[in-house]
Design a protein around this ligand. Structure first.
Ligand code: SAM
Length: 635
């Protein structure tokens, strides 16, 4: 498939028309927006063509509305949509989600230049630019929670992306905007349109500046009803279409049957009240999940038998240090996708410190160092060893975009959210009733909830009959005073183990890794292990550290699934009980993206990962008879 290729940015020419700079694609030889006035065209064709003023202003509490787009381009359509949303959105918890696909994203500099043209969109453009992703294939979720607005920007070819998007909810309105079909036939292929319709439902609407035959035929064959009102500016016509329920509009039974096949209905209708979400376990999985639901206005109660962060998430510092994959796999590589999302997520919290990580090439040096050429320049560079501190013989790669999180501070910030409460209780049993789930502590019913998420690492198994195996892995981190030889605060090193400043006066070193052990005493031998790891790459530096008797430490047990993928989703298809566990030693990296996946599954939103990744996260993947033909989210 071609979508595995490296993303190329758009190449632009500029034409000055009535003091407005209009970008023109060199790749396609077409304009990004009307030379008459792009902003007015967007309002006329895409917003009015989908009746969005009325539909958005009528959204009820907690309703979710999704707009899909072919071709993000300069972001003009999405920003104009966002502006409308600001003007008409009701004062409730409704949410607007835009998903857009783009094969050749504008470079950030070009995006800034094009959006400069629209002063009235400036405040929104600035927020978009701030979160605008690197040109790396895959889904990038940009979140603006205080605006109740989010954008999934899928970078890649529409022909590959649309088939890969799981239908965890239907798109309500489409902006079909991929350059004129004559300049860009790929975008308007039957297969692309088939998937656009697959991701739709009865009531979904479509608008386009184009009334080309391929588009009309492609939509009509699915039973979509097309009208052709006046186009914008000099254009005579545009396309305005709706997919109506055939049982009400069609008489030909053959047509009706065909439409029905396309229409897998979305799982849960949006609720008209806050959902009561129970989360069991207050490690990073539980906390980040709680945040995802609370941000959407739902009421979250976390049940924790001990103290929050008492398990593997409670080390003094967590390092976000992904092992990046070859670029052609990035669009479906959980670690690479999680890394980008995690940096975006944590940077909202005071608990986050932006750092860079020097990844030492102990073996397969060419493979590791070769990654620098594959990724956008801002991400990776081969480290110049000449002035290396501390001194080492090994070559290394610098990952410029990494981070460190203080788990305790993050916990405090998350638990301050008004929609989250944390209760000390050991839940011993879950019982599904008609509409809700009961939470029992021994013989006592202590709560009911609409949805339950079990995030208790290995202990999650106690609440299910048939839970996938999780392997315990003992790990100990160490820390020691190093005031005299402190490293830069924004620098970490990774070499199998890792080290970085815990604060200005102490170095933290990680971590031992003993599969199938669940003891948590702090052991001198694990300090020695961490010492030996650092000594193997930085011998002189390591020798200057105080001896291990002076080291402090913390040991804990991580839970790892057998295939190293977290478990995210339902264990059984009935009821509203989910799990999120098995994050191994990458909990802080995986948690933010997986929490968004889980929220999409629970609430019925579009999901920020492709179907094959969703399947890899499916906790039912270990069951012998997986009903492979039925996507598990269809519930
Ligand atoms: N909606 C955009 C805006 O508001 O600025 C304008 C979109 S422009 C007319 C069409 C966009 O579709 C271009 O950015 C182009 O790179 C993108 N595109 C073209 N072919 C594509 C494909 N096969 N897959 C994904 N994107 C594609």
């Amino acid at each position: 498939m071609s979508h595995s290729a490296k993303i190329q940015t758009a190449e632009l020419d500029w034409e000055l028309i009535d003091a407005i700079e209009v970008p023109i694609s060199k790749q396609f030889g077409d304009v990004y927006f009307s030379k008459d006035n792009g902003l007015l065209e967007t309002r006329h064709v895409f917003l009015n063509g989908n009746d969005l003023t009325e539909r958005l202003s009528e959204l009820e509490d907690f309703q979710y509305f999704c707009v899909g787009e072919t071709g993000f381009g300069t972001g003009l359509n999405i920003l104009t949509l966002w502006q409308l949303w600001q003007q008409v959105r009701p004062d409730n918890h409704s949410h607007l989600h835009a998903i857009s696909v783009e094969k050749f994203p504008l470079s950030k500099a070009d995006l800034i230049r094009t959006l400069n043209v629209w002063p009235e969109l400036k405040p929104l453009a600035e927020q978009l630019i701030q979160q605008y992703p690197l040109p790396i294939a895959g889904c990038h979720r940009l979140s603006f929670p205080e605006q109740r607005f989010s954008i999934d920007l899928w970078l890649g070819d529409a022909q590959d992306i649309f088939p890969s998007i799981p239908k965890t909810q239907a798109v309500n309105a489409w902006f079909l905007d991929g350059f004129a079909p004559s300049c860009n036939p790929d975008m308007w292929q039957e297969n692309v349109l088939n998937h656009i319709v697959r991701l739709s439902d009865y009531g979904t609407t479509f608008a386009s500046f184009s009334v080309a035959g391929v588009l009309k035929r492609g939509l009509k064959q699915h039973g979509v009803h097309i009208s052709r009102p006046r186009g914008f500016g000099h254009k005579r016509e545009m396309l305005k279409a709706i997919w109506s329920d055939p049982s009400q509009t069609l008489t030909d039974p053959a047509d009706a049957a065909e439409i029905k096949v396309q229409s897998e209905r979305a799982p849960i209708a949006s609720s008209s009240r806050p959902r009561q979400i129970a989360i069991i376990g207050a490690g990073i999985a539980g906390l980040s999940c709680a945040w995802a639901f609370a941000q959407r206005g739902h009421q979250v109660t976390i049940y924790e038998q001990d103290e929050p962060l008492s398990g593997a998430s409670g080390n003094p510092l967590a390092l976000l240090n992904p092992k990046l994959c070859p670029i052609e796999q990035a669009h479906e590589h959980l670690m690479t996708l999680s890394w980008q999302h995690a940096l975006n997520f944590y940077s909202r919290f005071k608990a986050f410190r932006s750092i860079q990580v020097q990844q030492m090439a102990l073996k397969n040096a060419d493979e590791l160092l070769g990654l620098a050429e594959q990724y956008p320049e801002a991400v990776l560079s081969v480290h110049d060893q000449q002035n290396a501190t501390p001194e080492t013989d090994y070559p290394s790669l610098t990952l410029h975009q990494a981070g460190a999180v203080s788990p305790q501070q993050l916990r405090d910030e998350i638990l301050q959210h008004p929609n989250i409460q944390c209760i000390k209780a050991k839940i011993s049993r879950l019982k599904c009733t008609d509409k809700q789930t009961e939470l029992w502590q021994e013989q006592q019913l202590i709560a009911t909830a609409d949805d339950v998420i079990v995030c208790c690492a290995k202990q999650s198994a106690e609440l299910f009959e048939n839970y996938p195996p999780l392997k315990p892995i003992r790990g100990q981190v160490s820390w020691v005073e190093n005031r005299e030889q402190a490293l830069a605060l924004d620098q970490a090193y990774s070499y199998g183990g890792y080290c970085m400043q815990l604060d200005a006066a102490q170095l933290i070193l990680g971590a031992s890794f003993y599969p199938n052990r669940d003891d948590v005493d702090v052991l001198a031998e694990d300090h020695v292990h961490n010492y030996e790891l650092i000594h193997s790459v930085f011998p002189e530096y390591a020798q200057q550290l105080p001896t291990v008797e002076h080291w402090q430490g913390r040991a804990s047990v991580r839970a790892q699934s057998l295939d190293y993928f977290p478990l995210v989703g339902k264990i059984q298809n009935d009821g509203q009980i989910f799990t999120f566990a098995g994050l191994g030693s990458k909990g802080f990296l995986f948690a933010p993206l997986c929490s968004e996946v889980l929220a999409a599954l629970v609430l019925g939103e579009l999901c920020p990962v492709p179907q094959n990744l969703l399947d890899k996260l499916n906790p039912q993947r270990f069951q012998k008879k997986v009903k492979a033909k039925k996507p598990y989210y269809s519930g």
